[in-house]
Design a protein. Structure first.
Ligand SMILES: Cc1cc2nc3c(=O)[nH]c(=O)nc-3n(C[C@H](O)[C@H](O)[C@H](O)COP(=O)(O)O)c2cc1C
Length: 354
């Protein structure tokens, strides 16, 4: 029987030649000024046979940076660096969207290389430590609580990032609303203790994330905007109780926007069928992720629970992952000591088969 993993798919204005998406992965290899390097161009070029490449998390502003050597999309040099990445992926026949990741309170100041403030919905530090410049976990800084009247301008920074991504030739953007970063900090009651209209109920906590999505969609079109989220994910101090109270109102707010796709990092929760919840409250296509295999991913698509699937770690050591899954060839294992260090090693030196 035909394997739907290898069927073409349209997500908004994105045209995928197969349903295997490369999940976003931070690799800490940006150059001076947080500019994409030629090594990054090569890394993404090698993986362009994915139906869709999602870039590593990219900060929309200097204040959005929290980790070591993550790239930005706010300076002219950064835009020019990303233009080379987009051109390389397109030359191989691929499509690429940029993940827009604002760290909010998850900032180790030494990772930035410059002085800038730390912002969050409430003045509560992240309880988890985060790797510093040499990979050793360090405490994060304490954020300043954002005032309500600052939020429209902050949403515009995301819109500007989307505009810059398109100016670089990138096909669309994915808003990072998972893993305890700024958008997730607004959604989650552990980090959002606001008493104004941006805090309190699930619908109120979703207000700023929806403002950001609308601002990005207004600039580049909703058919080029995706959203990544992960109900019940504890990463970076998130409260995992009652994810429906947060995500049903969020999904109801997303529905009228007509986004290109929803990228769901499924925690396989005991008490909640996350993919079914997403489907019940929003009609946007679903890209499912987390611990999938060719077989389990195929089963999700055949059951109508997702339109596409994504792989993270498998793409690190298998640049030709799509060809390997098509032929059933063995998968290489990544060197986990080189995820965030090593420059070309553990990055562009994993060979394709044949
Ligand atoms: C090295 C590494 C970096 C990651 N960076 C990001 C990131 O920047 N943004 C994001 O949304 N997820 C990030 N993730 C999560 C992956 O996108 C993916 O959700 C996770 O690896 C689970 O998928 P898998 O089981 O196919 O690896 C990262 C994962 C890894 C291994």
């Amino acid at each position: 029987m035909n394997n739907p993993l290898f069927d073409a798919l349209t997500l908004g204005s994105l045209r995928l030649s197969n349903r295997i998406v490369m999940s976003p992965m931070t690799r800490d290899r940006a150059g001076q000024g947080d500019v994409p390097t030629d090594l990054m161009v090569e890394y993404y070029r090698q993986r362009a046979s994915a139906g869709l490449v999602v870039t590593e998390g990219v900060q929309p502003s200097a204040v959005g940076k929290g980790y070591w050597r993550t790239p930005g999309i706010w300076s002219q040099e950064q835009i020019e660096g990303w233009a080379k990445v987009a051109a390389a992926v397109h030359a191989e026949g691929g499509q690429i969207v940029m993940q827009i990741m604002h760290c909010g309170r998850v900032v180790v100041p030494a990772n930035r290389g410059y002085d800038a403030e730390i912002i969050a919905p409430s003045a509560l530090a992240c309880p988890d430590k985060v790797p510093g410049p040499d990979g050793i976990p360090l405490p994060t800084g304490t954020p300043r609580a954002l005032a309500a009247d600052e939020l429209p301008a902050l949403a515009e920074e995301f819109a500007a990032a989307a505009r810059n991504a398109r100016a670089a030739g990138i096909d669309g953007v994915e808003l990072h609303a998972s893993s305890g970063y700024l958008i997730n900090q607004f959604l989650n009651p552990a980090s959002n203790r606001r008493t104004d209209e941006f805090g309190g109920s699930g619908a109120s906590r979703a207000r700023f994330p929806l403002m950001v999505l609308k601002a990005m969609a207004d600039v580049i079109g909703a058919d080029r905007v995706g959203l990544r989220f992960s109900p019940g994910n504890p990463y970076n101090g998130m409260d995992v109780s009652a994810p429906e109270d947060t995500f049903i109102p969020l999904l109801q707010g997303v529905e009228p926007l007509g986004l290109a796709y929803l990228h769901v990092l499924d925690m396989q929760l005991k008490d909640l069928d996350t993919l079914a919840m997403v489907r019940a409250h929003c009609s946007a296509p679903i890209v499912a992720n987390n611990m999938l295999t060719a077989d389990s991913g195929r089963a999700l698509i055949e059951a109508g629970r997702a339109e596409a699937i994504s792989f993270g770690r498998a793409f690190i050591a298998n640049p030709d992952l799509v060809a390997r899954l098509r032929t059933g060839a063995p998968l290489a294992k990544p060197d986990y000591t080189l995820l965030y260090t090593g420059e070309e090693k553990g990055y562009v030196d994993y060979p394709a088969l044949g």
